[in-house]
Design a protein around this ligand. Structure first.
Ligand SMILES: NC(=O)c1ccc[n+]([C@@H]2O[C@H](COP(=O)([O-])OP(=O)(O)OC[C@H]3O[C@@H](n4cnc5c(N)ncnc54)[C@H](OP(=O)(O)O)[C@@H]3O)[C@@H](O)[C@H]2O)c1
Length: 348
């Protein structure tokens, strides 16, 4: 009942749609809602009164999407409600239900994926077309497509900043998680020669099957130290998906010593508050040290699809139902920092 759950009322749309498609205006929408004023706890599943506002004239560059699958990322539980909005989630896949007046590249019925600022863990979302791309349903399921945007586009952009190319040596820290496994796949697609994965022993087989050529266990101190000692100055790109992730993970100093002098690059996805302040203001932390801030865009989403197709790889997923229990299980797993690949919700 509304008193037990937080009920978010999103006004109904007054969209008139092209006549060619039969369309039934939804009267209710399920959505995973950030509870309370700050939204710091786990989401609760609410049934809202209607879908997000969308009209072709006031949303000229947007599309309205019926969400089929949605994936979660650590940022979903880290950002407060006043920054991230009331509905959880960025990554989604779904079908275009309506298009804004200026949209020319997308049409009603297209299967699309990307990230949305209005929340992906909901039956409908509204998103600017520059943050989405189309995919072929013959090649990708909606679940697979939803697993790709943040993890794979971040990794693609990170490996490019790291100047990874044919024959490169790449170290991927946190290799079994969402971004880590994406980086292993994409480093393989880019033709990297040495793909070294840092993960815990239990995930060695997983990262090797994904394309890692060497595995270093971070939970065996002597093994990790021996690796750092033997590889000083030998690595083109260190892609660090672990440092600053909330459990005291810290690899920055040791990583810098691994870089090939003058050309190697250290790319980190997270860090302390001072790293973020410096990274956002100066765009670069130090010489050969970079903080990645994902820039979601159509071209990179398309490049991810092409790269994965080239090496015939699909994302690894934990698929959860879009129910109160499924959402709780998914966020508990994400917060545990023990995820393998992506957590994806089935909304279909
Ligand atoms: N800057 C950006 O734009 C951006 C974009 C995306 C993500 N991020 C950030 O990047 C980080 C990774 O994101 P994600 O989605 O990949 O997270 P994730 O899927 O939750 O990562 C889980 C993985 O982290 C590994 N891990 C945990 N502790 C570790 C340690 N001490 N050393 C090495 N690996 C460790 C775990 O491996 P084991 O189970 O083997 O321990 C697990 O596979 C997060 O902090 C996230 O917020 C930033």
């Amino acid at each position: 009942t509304p008193s037990e759950r937080e009920l978010v009322i999103i006004p109904a749309s007054h969209t008139s749609l092209p006549k060619k498609k039969q369309y039934t205006e939804p009267t209710q929408m399920r959505a995973a809602i950030r509870p309370g004023f700050f939204g710091g706890n786990l989401p609760s599943l609410s049934t809202t009164q209607a879908k997000p506002i969308f009209t072709p004239s006031t949303n000229p560059n947007d599309v309205l999407v019926k969400v089929k699958s949605a994936a979660i990322n650590p940022v979903d539980y880290k950002l407060p409600k006043f920054v991230a909005g009331p509905i959880f989630g960025l990554d989604f896949s779904g079908v275009v239900e309506n298009v804004g007046e200026s949209v020319t590249d997308f049409a009603i019925g297209d299967a699309v994926f990307g990230t949305t600022p209005t929340g992906s863990l909901a039956d409908y979302t509204v998103v600017d077309t520059k943050r989405i791309a189309k995919f072929r349903e013959e090649d990708w399921s909606f679940l697979e497509a939803a697993a790709l945007p943040t993890a794979y586009v971040t990794s693609l952009q990170g490996l490019k900043v790291g100047k990874v190319s044919e024959g490169s040596s790449v170290l991927i820290i946190g290799a079994s998680g969402g971004c880590g496994l994406a980086a292993v796949h994409l480093a393989k697609a880019m033709g990297a020669d040495r793909i070294i994965a840092i993960c815990s022993g239990k995930n060695a087989q997983l990262v090797t099957e994904a394309g890692a050529t060497e595995v270093v266990y971070y939970n065996r101190n002597e093994t990790l130290q021996a690796f750092f000692d033997e590889n000083e100055g030998k690595i083109q790109c260190v892609y660090d998906a672990a440092t600053g992730s909330g459990r005291g993970e810290e690899y920055t100093e040791t990583s810098m010593s691994l870089l090939i002098p003058d050309s190697g690059e250290y790319v980190q996805l997270n860090g302390s508050t001072s790293v973020w302040v410096k990274g956002l203001m100066l765009k670069r932390l130090a010489q050969h040290q970079h903080l990645i801030v994902t820039d979601m865009n159509t071209a990179d989403l398309e490049e991810v699809l092409l790269s994965l197709k080239e090496i015939n790889v699909k994302p690894l997923m934990n698929v959860m139902p879009f129910t109160e229990e499924g959402i709780k299980e998914g966020f508990d797993l994400l917060k545990s920092r023990r995820t393998k690949g992506k957590i994806v919700f089935d909304l279909s």
